[in-house]
Design a protein around this ligand. Structure first.
Ligand code: ADP
Ligand code: MG
Length: 253
């Protein structure tokens, strides 16, 4: 896909992105000249075998890691040359995260966890923000849990809190790294449906890293990585088509 610096349909993009770790004979090229954009209001899955560069791509797009060469934009902001303070600001204002391990703050109750992005950004939620968060909390079934601590909730409930936290400030883009990796299959389906609904009904842009074909089948679009390169970029597919494709990849590799 061609990447231009002004494409309003893309919420994040990288162009000519290469990332190497280490140097000399021990250098590892995690990403090799990748150019790809994440489309606004879509639910995109980033798939590939372990070690293919999925997390590295996500971290760089989210401003959590630096590039070796190439450029990275969030919206129309080129974040490639920003310093840590500027990147922190961008992350707080424009990006939300959902992790495999939930990453809730154990000492805060559920309300405190959900409001944390506002706290960290030093702004109080508007009436409109509060209405949106109340709606999220209600639709996620978290209303009776607001004064509980994370350890009092099941894994699925904790991940719903993490999703409410990520969606609450309506960031430009939500990154999810294996969000169902620690959940049973029924709870996984609930969490995936929630992410899909956030994008189809509310226009939330979401990029989800996964190696699970069932998880990827909930996405509007699937980008496949292998050995640090994008090898396939396709629309919604069934879990069985995705599995077939991945099996084929392994045989070629
Ligand atoms: P994935 O998420 O697809 O499993 P990663 O992006 O984590 O892949 O890793 C891609 C490659 O980069 C792997 O070979 C991995 O070992 C290497 N890598 C990732 N992070 C580091 C690091 N901090 N130092 C050295 N090598 C790394
Ligand atoms: Mg990973």
């Amino acid at each position: 896909m061609e990447i231009t610096s002004e494409d309003p349909g893309l919420v994040a993009r990288v162009a000519g992105l290469t990332k190497s770790y280490g140097s000399g004979s021990t250098a590892v090229t995690a990403l090799d000249n990748v150019s790809v954009g994440i489309r606004k209001s879509e639910f995109t899955a980033i798939m590939g075998p372990s070690g293919s560069g999925k997390s590295t791509l996500m971290h760089i797009m989210a401003g959590l890691d630096s590039v070796t060469s190439g450029r990275v934009w969030i919206g129309s902001t080129d974040i490639t040359g920003l310093d840590d303070t500027e990147l922190t600001m961008i992350r707080r204002r424009r990006v939300g995260f959902v992790f495999q391990s939930f990453n809730l703050v154990p000492t805060l109750d559920i309300r405190g966890n959900i409001m944390l992005p506002f706290e960290l950004d030093g702004r109080s939620p508007s009436d409109d923000d509060r209405r949106w968060i109340d709606e999220l909390v209600a639709s996620l079934g978290l209303a009776p849990r607001m004064s509980h601590r994370p350890h009092e909730l099941s894994g699925g409930q904790q991940q719903r809190v993490a999703i409410a936290r990520a969606l609450g400030s309506r960031p430009d883009l939500v990154f999810a790294d294996e969000p169902t990796g620690n959940l049973d299959s029924r709870t996984s389906r609930e969490v995936l449906s929630l992410l899909a609904t956030a994008s189809s009904s509310y226009g939330q842009s979401i990029a989800m890293v996964t190696h699970d074909p069932i998880a990827a089948s909930y996405a509007d679009r699937i980008i496949f990585l292998a050995d640090g390169k994008v090898i396939e970029d396709r629309g919604r597919s069934t879990a069985s088509d995705i599995s077939q494709y991945m099996l084929g990849m392994e045989q070629v590799a």
